[in-house]
Ligand binder design. Structure first.
Ligand code: UGA
Length: 443
């Protein structure tokens, strides 16, 4: 099939590349000429394991192209995916200006029937707005051309996007059109071989499914963080509690890891946007508000622990920080707990010596050069002259530690672990004070 993808960001690139990889002919179009030029030179703007090789292979085979020429791109594909960004508005709702601009562009150039597909995470009711925009623009052109709009939300995780695309649990399509059902069946047939993954439903249910999935996952995390904070105060160990409750299949082991708060470009934004949707229709979504506020509070916990460990005096202290990305296997620092922590440390006059296997460049881009931030290339270089160690991301390289050496290197024996990576007994035996989430030393 001939497929056009608007937006060469995370979702667009992964979608386009994976569809090309199974044999479709794909054109990715973006307004950012620099990004397209880089992609055409083989430079990939995001870090995603396996994506660069897959792009190269499909580009060389002629199945995947990158362009800024929207007119040519609209004419190319029968399927027109909209995968552009939906940044948060001031009130937390998703800003649809880029999505609707693409709808306008499609209507401006289309010469025959197209299926327009909302792939970006967009609020319930967006497909109607996209349809209206297409209709108005076609009318203004005096063109009488048929089209359909459907919703096909993505469920990719950063760091595992290719796997999620090809082996995802479900493919959701919201539509009331038989022509769309047929087209989407054909598009996803290569991924729908062993058992039926396609789920057709009405458009609004598909749009809400995406938000409900992310809000449910965020709720699990905030719930566990709440229980972890209770465990700390009650002298319990959250890791035992996690095992204890996860063994009930109705609860399950997945996604119940307590930590220093969820980050990334999805959960914080989507929980806020769904809460704002509720407000807009006059419904008081109490649980969604609580999920967000528990998370905001959780992101301050690492600083609080450090601050208490140093009796409120962090001025002039040097803190070794492991992990800047919001989770492992990505260089993404959007809404990362490390940012909240570093900014609070700087405000208290502390210096940060940080290491992250992938996100140092991103950190430099965000914060620039500053005296109170040193980014080093090796994990243990952060420890030189450091007063304490704090862990924000559970990269694999942080798991096996020589605690005796750590004890000898740190100026004071303080380890604050935002990801519960270690056995508290082992850390304590090495003479370190171990402050983790819902376990370890109580403050
Ligand atoms: C998330 C969803 O997992 C995807 O299904 C969804 O498609 C995507 O958002 C999206 O809407 O595009 P992602 O943001 O890449 O994917 O990252 P996750 O792996 O879900 O992690 C999100 C955050 O939750 C991270 O900060 C992570 O550290 C935290 N987390 C996750 C916990 O604190 N505890 C857990 O048990 C799991």
């Amino acid at each position: 099939m001939r497929i056009t993808i608007f937006g060469s960001g995370y979702v667009g690139l992964v979608t386009g590349t994976c569809l090309a990889d199974v044999g479709h002919d794909v054109v990715c179009v973006d307004v950012d000429a620099d990004k397209i030029a880089r992609l055409n030179r083989g430079e990939i703007p995001i870090y995603e394991p396996g994506l660069d090789a897959m792009i190269a292979e499909n580009r060389d085979a002629g199945r995947l192209r990158f362009t800024t020429d929207a007119e040519e791109a609209v004419r190319f594909g029968k399927l027109q995916f909209i995968a552009v960004g939906t940044p948060s508005d001031e009130d937390g709702s998703a800003d649809l200006k880029y999505v609707l601009k693409v709808a306008e562009t499609i209507a401006q150039y289309m010469g025959e029937y197209k299926v327009v597909i909302d792939k970006s995470t967009v609020p319930v009711g967006t497909a109607d707005k996209v349809r209206d925009t297409l209709r108005r623009t076609l009318e203004a052109r005096g063109a009488d051309i048929d089209f359909d709009v459907c919703s096909n939300p993505e469920f990719l995780k950063e760091g595992a996007a290719i796997e999620d695309f090809s082996k995802g649990a479900r493919i959701i399509v919201g539509t009331d059109s038989e022509a769309v059902r047929k087209a989407m069946r054909e598009c996803y047939a290569p991924y729908n071989r062993n058992h039926e993954k396609l789920m057709f439903m009405d458009v609004r249910s598909a749009e809400l499914t995406k938000y409900a999935a992310n809000a449910m996952l965020a709720t699990k995390i905030s719930f566990m963080n709440e229980i972890a904070n209770l465990a700390e105060r009650l002298g319990a160990d959250i890791e035992h509690v996690r095992h204890g409750i996860g063994s009930d299949p109705r609860i399950g082991y997945h996604f119940i890891y307590p930590g220093c708060g969820y980050g990334g470009s999805c959960f914080p934004k989507d929980v806020k946007a769904l809460a704002q949707t509720a407000t807009n229709i006059g419904y008081d979504a109490q649980l969604l508000g609580a999920v967000e506020s528990v998370n905001l509070r959780q992101k301050t916990r690492l600083f609080e622990k450090l601050n208490q460990a140093f009796d409120g005096d962090l001025k002039g202290k040097t803190i070794a920080l492991w992990g800047l990305a919001f989770k492992p296997n990505t260089d993404d620092m959007r809404e990362a707990p490390s940012r909240e922590l570093m900014e609070a440390l700087w405000d208290s006059g502390a210096r940060v010596q940080a290491f992250d296997p992938e996100a140092a460049g991103e950190c430099r881009r965000i914060y620039g050069e500053r005296d109170d931030l040193v980014l080093v290339d090796r994990r243990d270089d952060t420890l030189e002259g450091a007063d304490a160690l704090v862990i924000c991301t559970e990269w694999k390289i942080f798991r096996a530690i020589d605690f005796d050496n750590l004890r000898q290197t740190l100026r004071t024996p303080v380890v604050v672990d935002g990801r519960n990576l270690f056995d508290p007994e082992i850390v304590k035996d090495a003479g370190l004070l171990y402050y983790a989430i819902g376990r370890g030393e109580s403050l």
